[in-house]
Design a protein around this ligand. Structure first.
Ligand code: C5P
Length: 241
């Protein structure tokens, strides 16, 4: 049975594989998935050729390169992403307000000039792989949650469309920073899937209940013996948690 469109569209599947063949094999199996995340590994290996193939198959692309560079360089990368019609891109809030502002302005201007859809720009606050001790080692004395909020406020001020954050942070961000930022959660595990190397996981239904707008799910789907069945099972769980 086909999943409800609005539920299926909440899930972005992470193509964390190295080759175009493997990625396209998964995409062809996952007929009901509309948006795929292409990250550092796959993009470094297959680049824009893969992006073109995904477009040919009618899919949307979330380009997750977590950009962090001088404002001019990041604005240029946003322009390149726009030319390749990616739907979403990520950048590190730690790149600073000016970097985020320039990126937001570039996306907005290009969209206005061409009439094409604006890619959504998502800021990464603190990587979920970092703990309080890691921040102190980097010379950051602020408590981790406070630092996440500080960066989330800056991202909003700079014109970011949303944030990628841990499902544990969604409620706090929506409460403190506002509901208008799109919240995207990785670190999602259905109860029947292994947590792999994710330390603090949440089920898809819990994450959505906490306010996530979109979920990024990789291995529970891509490494399942039947990826499409795993995806449909998650959609069913979102429908009746
Ligand atoms: O396989 P899994 O569901 O753990 O994949 C999660 C995806 O989300 C991976 O592509 C990972 O790089 C990404 N991600 C994450 N945690 C973050 C940011 C991104 O797991 N804080």
């Amino acid at each position: 049975m086909e999943p409800k469109k609005e539920l299926a569209e909440k899930i972005i599947v992470a193509l964390d594989v190295r080759t175009k063949d493997r990625a396209l094999d998964l995409v062809k199996q996952l007929k009901n998935v509309q948006t795929f995340k292409v990250g550092l590994e796959l993009f470094t290996s297959e680049g824009t050729l893969l992006i073109q193939e995904l477009h040919r198959l009618g899919k949307n692309i979330f380009l997750d390169l977590k950009m962090h560079d001088i404002p001019n360089t990041v604005a240029g990368a946003v322009r390149s992403g726009f030319i390749h019609k990616v739907s979403m891109m990520t950048l590190h809030a730690f790149g600073g307000v000016e970097m985020m502002r320039r990126a937001a302005a570039e996306a907005k201007n290009l969209s206005e000039e061409t009439g094409e859809a604006k890619p959504l720009l998502l800021a990464v606050t603190i990587l979920t792989s970092l703990k309080g001790d890691d921040l102190r080692q980097l010379g950051i004395k602020t408590k981790l949650d406070d630092q996440v909020l500080k960066l989330a406020f800056l991202a909003k001020k700079a014109g970011m469309d949303g944030l990628v954050c841990s499902p544990r942070e969604t409620k706090m961000i929506k409460k403190e920073v506002g509901k208008d930022l799109l919240i995207v959660n990785p670190g999602i595990r259905p109860s029947w899937a292994s947590s792999d190397d994710q330390k603090r996981v949440m089920t898809p239904a819990q994450a959505v209940k906490n306010g996530a707008d979109l979920l990024v799910i990789g291995r529970p789907v891509t490494q399942a013996s039947e990826p499409e069945e795993a995806f449909l099972r998650i959609c069913r769980e979102l429908d009746s948690p």
